[in-house]
Design a protein around this ligand. Sequence first.
Ligand code: FES
Length: 167
Amino acid sequence: MITLTINGAAHEVHADPATPLLYVLRDELGLNGAKFGCGLGQCGACTVILDDRAVFSCLTPIGVLPGRRVRTIEGLGTAASPGPMQQAFITEQAAQCGYCIAGMIMRAQALLEQNPNADDAAIRAGMQPNLCRCGTQMRILRAVGRAAREMRARKQAGLPTTQEAAR
Ligand code: FES
């Protein structure tokens, strides 16, 4: 049995330590935001945040996770109450088919937590590992830029930048 801490909650999982986190999230825990795209670390559809860094959950075995903190898109907000990064993607209409979007949002969230002052060049470089096959990259970049401005403003006002932080 392996205990995983996901979005602030402990989950006991009965699975081989080599099982990819993505499979456990989707198949065992019903957290379907992270998507299976390539299974090879090449598309970013499965991106989650491990401690403070964006990782490919398709390449992350659950055996390395005890004692560490995983965050998924479900931890950033809800449909009724989206977090600031989710709201920025909605406002900029950054999703087309939507398959890549949860991974994009998680990479962007980690990027701005590490570098709240990220400029356009830093955002472009930071988002590089995640692919969108619909071609909405420009909207995605605009959404991350908008989120960067809004999250800086929230921080200055002493407001949380995720729902998880608000709990
Ligand atoms: Fe993990 Fe593509 S499914 S990087």
